[in-house]
Design a protein around this ligand. Structure first.
Ligand SMILES: [Zn+2]
Length: 530
């Protein structure tokens, strides 16, 4: 059998230490079968599709190490409110959106930045005259809060505070009237659950469109950070129809209120697998976000907040982790505050020895030296999103910095320190929180800022260009215990052809670097016209 696809003449960055560079690659049935022009010629015949990679650079396919594919595909259908800077502008944008969707329909939006409420907290009464008469639900950019109007609260039967079994809150005024702010998922879900669902055809079209758009910027796989046994059905259906154009490692989401029966169902689902997907991950959130005061820090912040975990009893979290780890699942825990990160490290360290190296921590937004030093020896993966530094200002005027000490700000997103210490660092976007484009992620990892940023965020080291590339490729596969992310014979044929070398080119050139070809499992899923 000859190779079905070959690329000749490219600079191939294999990420294989035994042979870091080559000039050609060939694959067959989804697997790399030859590296280097001579072997590729031998592996090919007249039936092989041969592509010319002259002057281009070929790397392993990019893996988004933390993403919300299905949520993102659905939430981003609403009006995009990213960058809206003041309440007047918010009112104008919502009035225009309301005119478009009609008076009675649900008005949905996303990308709301907390900066809008630094002067005064959200209250739907401030939107009177533009939000209704129909219901309205807006998502904060980080998916940790929603903002509902009176009609949406009515539709969901929300008329006061509620208990959720975790730290989520329906925010109310002193006299008990809900303001419309819903903090964290258990509270957000109360209103989300009454938004009319799109048809399954509509939903499928959105999912396929998102997968394709991501292929076009070089993504070949992702670690999907929210899901349930039903998400495994969704992946199986996409794959059966030939619509799954990325590998997906699904992490099933565990709430503080998730019961033993549901945990059993997750363990059963963990053994389900397709050609391109697995469901053997679990996702926990131990705290919220610094910007809303819901992260779990060692010390109260400047406003006296950020002192509580999302799970009222962190020991229950630790027990759930032990149960799922024993059931064979890889555990990913969202931990943003330093106290939360410490608790997760302690939880993982207490697991039986065989689970070493299997689990990971998401975000780690600010960490003292003592925490950073634990990752490598304890074999815990650091899954981080340097791209989030686009929302932080070097003058510390933003909602994240305003709550923290100068030292905590300096110790934000310590990707370079973690990598230098030998920790496995995986990079991702958290889309739809940030854009999924990995070129932005590489840029932020190398410069410690977004493209609009005036200066680097924090005082710690960035990643080198090579480390950043590894964070999106080889490290992401290692983190899920799979052989891949390195181009060598016998390994998965996922790769990207770039117009120039994403390692050697300047960060500015990186932002517009054309993606010529994306191959997943040996199949072309994106090809630019050249
Ligand atoms: Zn996330």
């Amino acid at each position: 059998m000859a190779a079905d696809l070959a690329v000749l003449g490219a600079r191939v960055r294999t990420l294989d230490p035994a042979r870091p560079f080559a000039d050609a690659i060939a694959c067959q049935d989804g697997v790399v079968v030859a590296i280097g022009a001579e072997d590729v010629r031998r592996a090919s015949d007249a039936t092989t599709t041969v592509l010319d990679g002259t002057a281009a650079t070929l790397t392993p396919g990019f893996v988004d190490g933390h993403q919300h594919l299905f949520q993102g595909a659905e939430i981003t259908r609403g009006v995009d409110l990213a960058g809206v800077a003041d309440f007047g502008e918010l009112r104008a944008r919502l009035a225009a959106a309301r005119a478009q969707v009609g008076p009675e329909a649900w008005l949905l939006g996303h990308g709301v930045e907390y900066e809008l409420f630094q002067g005064a907290p959200f209250d739907h009464e401030r939107l009177a005259g533009v939000d209704g008469p129909g219901p309205m639900l807006l998502w904060a950019f980080d998916l940790h809060s929603c903002f509902a109007n009176a009609a949406a609260l009515r539709a969901a039967g929300v008329d006061g505070p509620r208990e959720f079994g975790d730290a989520a809150r329906i925010v109310c005024t002193a006299d008990g009237r809900p303001t419309g702010e819903l903090r964290e998922w258990s509270a957000m879900n109360v209103v989300i659950d009454v938004v009319p669902a799109p048809s399954s055809e509509e939903r499928r079209a959105w999912h396929v469109e998102a997968l394709r758009a991501q292929n076009a910027v070089g993504l070949t796989a992702q670690h999907l950070m929210d899901g349930s046994p039903a998400t495994a059905d969704l992946l199986a259906a996409l794959e059966a129809d030939g619509d799954l154009t990325q590998r997906v490692w699904l992490h099933q989401y565990v709430y503080a209120h998730t019961g033993d029966d549901e945990l059993d169902a997750m363990v059963a689902t963990a053994s389900r697998t397709g050609r391109l997907w697995r469901a053997d991950g679990a996702k926990f959130m131990l705290d919220g976000v610094i910007d809303t005061g819901t992260a779990w820090m060692e010390q109260p912040d400047a406003f006296g907040d950020n002192t509580e975990p999302l799970w009222p009893d962190p020991e229950t979290y630790s027990r759930r982790v032990a149960q799922l780890s024993a059931g064979g699942l890889r555990v990913a825990t969202h931990a943003i505050g330093d106290r939360a990160v410490r608790h997760v490290l302690d939880t993982y360290a207490a697991l039986p020895g065989g689970s070493r190296g299997r689990h990971r921590i998401e975000h780690i937004e600010t960490a003292p030296d003592g925490i950073v030093a634990r990752f490598a020896p304890e074999a815990v993966t650091a899954s981080m999103q340097p791209v989030a530094m686009q929302w932080v200002q070097p003058d510390r005027s933003d909602p994240w910095s305003a709550r923290l000490t100068p030292e905590q700000c300096d110790h934000g997103w310590r990707v370079g320190d973690l990598a230098a210490g030998g920790a496995l660092v995986v990079l991702g976007s958290d889309w739809p929180v940030a854009h999924f484009d990995p070129r932005l992620g590489l840029y932020a990892a190398r410069l410690r800022r977004g493209p609009e940023g005036a200066a680097p965020i924090g005082t710690t080291r960035p990643l080198t260009a090579e480390q950043a590339l590894a964070g999106y490729t080889r490290n992401a596969w290692r983190a899920v215990g799979a052989a891949g992310g390195v181009l060598r014979p016998g390994w998965p044929a996922d790769f990207v052809l770039w117009a120039d070398d994403p390692v050697d080119c300047s960060p500015d050139a990186l932002l517009g670097l054309p993606v010529l070809l994306t191959v997943v499992d040996g199949k072309i899923v994106h090809r630019a016209d050249r």
